[in-house]
Design a protein around this ligand. Structure first.
Ligand SMILES: Cc1ncc(C[n+]2csc(CCOP(=O)(O)OP(=O)(O)O)c2C)c(N)n1
Length: 677
């Protein structure tokens, strides 16, 4: 036995009341146990999702709807045991969630109990910058409610392996209960834990362990078996791996969920050497027929307007009248929607993703052997357009980013031009070693990694790649591009494909290319008729003529509009600016910067939605210094912090001071002594 250091828990203790909206299950000893009403969970998720949608954020329904009964039963049981043993629940259990986009269901459940400081009202700020209720559960934002952060599928589950090992070695033997979705079970990290947990348990190294799998055969883009491959053989193998598998065919039957969970916990406690899996069949999007039957099971929240809520909630509640609090909530949402419409703000831009898909389609039509290898996010990265047009040239390896990049490397070895795609955060973390080994095998790939930095505002810190440049820029033979508009994406992607093919035909090994891009709409182009070059930085604005004080604003990707806005604002103060867009991040265009910095008396601001350490600014300024260019620099970026959810990236740019006004303010520090403005 080894004693750990005592860490005071930040988790909220037992609820002090029964849920406001409750159902009852019957315990083995005949008691009626109150649990959160799963239909209320689904209704509350719908209401809070609508708030997020009106705010401009994506939101999710299908996953938490599928898990509602299991979560109600689990929490009802855990709180009941804690009350009877007169202990706090966390002194008896660990509860960890690793199911895709299901945390809003847990927020709703906790608000229903009025625990962890939550009320129904606090759900209304879900995913906004004002709230700790981030897109996925995050300890730094909601320590009262989250023990282990989640979001990247299959990453929380392996951490619970360590938790349960700690329970064994400390002799405390609290029960660890983890929920996971079938999509998350496709991840390599999860598969490692599937093998290790029963293996280590057999040698006495694990405390009591229960894993609840919500298996609805549906991932983000559709049905798992139809889109990639069936997970049934994987689930069938769990018994052979040493798990005590309990099958629960009706994972949306509240009483059956309760009975199964109680029995699983009993078995795990009685026999920790055999960790337990509840393999529960659930229905994604359950609650309304249309949602459950849709191709993605309502992965994304299916409603666009609060006017659709009465019918949607009515069906969830089986035709019962909506409680007053729901009607008041809907009325507030209707008013908000009317205000938005009255403000008449329209976004005329387009997604950078459009350029990715058009270049890929054009290249394939021109005869280049372009293949798409995806891992469930092609609709978000832009690659879906290519996949629709060339299904025979498209593969889906499941939710498995490492496998995706390595698969692409294999295809590259045979002379194909493979394009992989996912969110930047998963590409640079899970894809880093496969990218390295691809380069080392002379098997380059093209990667499309979207939702960079704060562009994935609503999903929260776990999804916000803020180290994306740092993580891949130093891998040998990997060129890194950060895209700012769809026209640039189209031009650079096409040229990379062309060059890839040319090099291969000449018997040379092309470099891998990693394209980073945002999520929101951007102008289609910034300067009409401009040309795009893989290695040349672009001067997008120059207002230095006739000015005595000027600054060069060097940026890349999603922050180009902020830099251009800053140049305008500076001009109105009589200060000139040159805005330089560096699409290629890890090869610096020294010549362009030499010319630009002469115009700005060496004043340079770098700005990026990335950590300052290892980011674009560091790469740029180091290269300039090595080339004996003289300049004075101020760098704007993130100072070693994680992000959080916000409705839009602008909220986070403002908070982390990488927006136009921060650029203007920083420019002022160059000229303070000379008393400019
Ligand atoms: C590592 C990682 N890759 C991709 C995603 C994006 N993503 C969010 S949910 C989801 C799929 C959801 O399907 P599943 O995990 O089966 O959950 P359920 O269908 O039960 O909601 C994906 C691909 C992610 N969150 N993490």
């Amino acid at each position: 036995m080894t004693e750990p250091i005592q860490i005071k828990t930040k988790l909220a203790g037992n609820p002090s009341q029964e849920p406001q909206f409750k159902s009852f299950v019957k315990s083995k000893d005949g008691r009626q146990i109150p649990v959160a009403d799963p239909n209320a969970t689904r209704a509350l998720v719908s209401l809070m999702d609508m708030n997020a949608v009106l705010g401009g954020a994506a939101s999710h329904y299908g996953g938490p709807a599928a898990l509602a009964e299991l979560m109600s039963a689990l929490h009802g049981h855990v709180f009941d045991v804690a009350a009877r043993e007169n202990k706090q629940w966390y002194d008896l259990f660990h509860i960890v969630n690793d199911a895709g986009h299901c945390e809003n269901g847990l927020y709703a459940l906790k608000a229903n109990y009025k625990m962890a400081g939550l009320t129904l009202d606090s759900l209304k700020k879900f995913r906004s910058i004002e709230s700790g209720l981030t897109g996925h559960g995050e300890v730094h934002c909601f320590p009262e409610g989250v023990f282990i952060s989640n979001g990247p599928l299959g990453s929380a589950f392996p951490q619970t392996q360590g938790v349960a090992m700690g329970e064994a070695i400390s002799g405390k033997n609290r029960v660890t209960v983890t929920t996971i979705s079938d999509g998350a079970c496709m991840e390599g990290e999860a598969k490692e834990a599937f093998a290790a947990i029963p293996g280590l348990a057999k040698t006495g190294k694990m405390g009591p362990y229960v894993l609840i799998i919500s298996d609805n055969n549906t991932k983000l883009s559709g049905r798992i078996d139809a889109e990639s491959f069936s997970m049934t053989p994987t689930f069938n193998s769990l018994k052979d791996l040493g798990w005590n598998v309990i099958n629960l065919a009706e994972g949306n039957d509240l009483q059956k969920c309760y009975d199964t969970i109680v029995s699983a916990i009993e078995q795990a406690k009685a026999n920790p050497i055999a960790p337990v899996i509840i393999h529960a069949k659930t229905v994604k999007g359950i609650g309304t027929k249309k949602t459950a039957e849709s191709a993605t099971g309502g992965h994304g929240f299916p409603l666009k307007s609060p006017s659709e809520l009465p019918a949607f909630l009515g069906e969830i509640l089986g035709g019962a009248a909506l409680p007053d609090v729901f009607n008041t909530w809907i009325a507030e949402l209707n008013k908000w929607e009317a205000d938005i419409k009255a403000s008449g703000v329209k976004d005329s831009g387009e997604k950078i993703q459009v350029g990715i898909s058009s270049a890929m389609v054009r290249a394939r039509k021109a005869g280049f052997p372009v293949l798409s290898v995806t891992s469930d996010l092609p609709g978000s990265t832009g690659v879906a357009g290519f996949r629709k047009e060339f299904p025979q040239d498209s593969f889906d390896v499941g939710i498995a980013e490492s496998n995706m990049v390595s698969t692409a490397a294999g295809l590259s070895k045979l002379g194909y031009i493979p394009v992989v795609d996912t969110f930047a955060q998963f590409g640079v973390t899970k894809g880093a070693l496969p990218l390295t080994m691809g380069a080392l095998s002379e098997a380059p790939v093209i990667a499309v990694f979207s939702h960079t930095g704060f562009q994935d505002a609503a999903d929260g810190a776990s999804h916000q790649a803020l180290s994306y440049v740092a993580m891949v820029s130093s891998i040998p033979h990997v060129d890194v591009y950060s895209l700012s508009c769809s026209e640039e994406a189209d031009a650079l992607m096409y040229t990379v494909i062309e060059n890839f093919a040319k090099a291969r035909k000449e018997g040379k090994v092309p470099n891998s290319a990693v394209f980073f891009l945002g999520r929101e709409n951007f102008p289609k182009t910034y300067v009409a008729g401009t040309s795009y070059d893989l290695r040349k930085a672009q001067v997008l604005a120059d207002t230095t003529a006739g000015k005595t004080k000027s600054v060069a604003i060097a940026t890349t990707g999603s922050l180009v509009p902020q830099a251009l806005q800053a140049a305008k604002d500076l001009e109105s103060k009589g200060v000139g600016a040159v805005v330089v867009n560096c699409a290629c991040v890890n090869h610096v265009d020294i010549a362009t910067f030499k010319t630009v910095l002469e115009k700005t008396q060496g004043h340079l601001i770098t700005v990026e939605d990335h950590q300052l350490l290892g980011g674009f600014g560091q790469i740029l300024t180091h290269a300039l210094m090595n080339a004996d260019v003289t300049f004075k620099v101020k760098s704007l970026g993130v100072h070693g912090e994680f992000g959080q959810s916000a409705y839009t990236a602008a909220d986070l740019y403002r908070k982390h001071k990488v927006d136009a006004s921060a650029i203007v303010e920083t420019t002022g520090t160059f000229f303070q002594k000379s008393g400019a403005w």
